[in-house]
Each structure stands twice: as structure tokens, then as C-alpha cells.
Design a protein around this ligand. Sequence first.
Ligand code: MN
Length: 226
Amino acid sequence: MTDYAIPAPAQPSLPIEGSAQRFPVHRIYCIGRNYGKHVKEMGGDPKDQPPIFFAKPADAVVAPGGAVPYPPSTRNLHHEIELVVALKGGGTKVPADKALDLVFGYAAGVDLTRRDLQNQAKDAGAPWDASKGFDASAPTSAIRPGSVPPSGGITLSVNGQTKQDGELSDMIWSVAEIIAKCSELWTLQPGDLIFTGTPDGVGPLVKGDAVVGEVAGAGTVEFTIA
Ligand code: MN
């Protein structure tokens, strides 16, 4: 046993549907601008850019039942419902036609975003860490095992009102293509999560809001902003 000078940090993890075992989270990668309508609502052209990746710390993940506080230093917290890919394998320069072999399962997650800070960062050409990678910024459902990417609807409601209502088929980059592209930039590892982008309809959350995000074939993420 390693004799650490301070207590070793806890291993972030998520439950697995139908299992008593948990999925240990290694890294959280995210892709931006991956649904045609959302790219347009943010003022872009879906076809003019390669995928944009950013990351959240592994301990930004919030397992079902965990607290999601309204974060400090923002007045514009936004929801982004996303299909989450959980990896059981890794590698670099993974070909797209081998990429799904790395997949352990899928989940529903919300890429919480301090939109005011993100807009300031975009204007300044500054990094997105503070707008995307803050504490408790990745509430995620249990992981549903299986390697075949789900299809169907991706929706999010706030206090019972539908805010996002998209289709997984509207993704610009497929799950396999995202894994392949991500592995060109980082060595993927077992335990990595990849948030695959959000459809249009993103909007603000306030304290007390009850959020329910459903991704067909992947799960339901539910939390209340504390
Ligand atoms: Mn996102």
C-alpha cells in the first residue's frame, strides 16, 4: 500500500443498471456543437468545423441521488442533455470501425454550463474550464451496459415542462466517429466517459428546479438544483 501524505482522493463512480458493481470514472471528455439545430441556435454552421472537445474533472460527475448545488460565480446556469458513452477499453488513433468495441455502456447526462462565463471566454478567446468543468457539473444516470449506440429521442424537462426535445439521429458526429476523433487527441482509457453533445433548446436553471433528462435506450437522469 502506498503511504500517502494526505488521504487519497475518493474514486468517482457511477452505478450500473442491473449490477451491484460500480463504474469507476477516469476522465470526462465532452464534444461541443454536435447537433445541427443546437449549432444553429448558437450562431454556427454545423459543417464548417471539426469537432470541438473539452473536458470536465472526473469528480465533476454526480451519481443518481447526489446533490447538484447552484454553482457560484454565475447568473446563467444552463442545462444540456447528452448521451454519455462509458468506455471499458482504450487506445490511441482508434479506427471508427473498431471504436464501438471499446464501449461498456451508455447513460444520460447533463453537461451543466455557466453560460455567462462561457460567453465571456468565447469573446476573450479564453479557456472553457470555469464555464464547463466546475464542481458537480456532470449529473449522470446509471450506466446501461451494451455497445450498440442507442437511437430515438433525447429530451429534457424542467419542472415538468419540456425544454429540449431532439433526436439522437440529429448528431453530426456518430458515437464511433467521436471515439475515433477523441483518441487522436488523448489516449483513451477504461473508465473514460464521453458526453456527446446536446440538441437545441438549452436554457437557464434556477434553485429548486427539478430536471429530468431522458435518452432513449440509455437512461434517465434526474436531479433538483439545491
Ligand atoms: Mn454540451
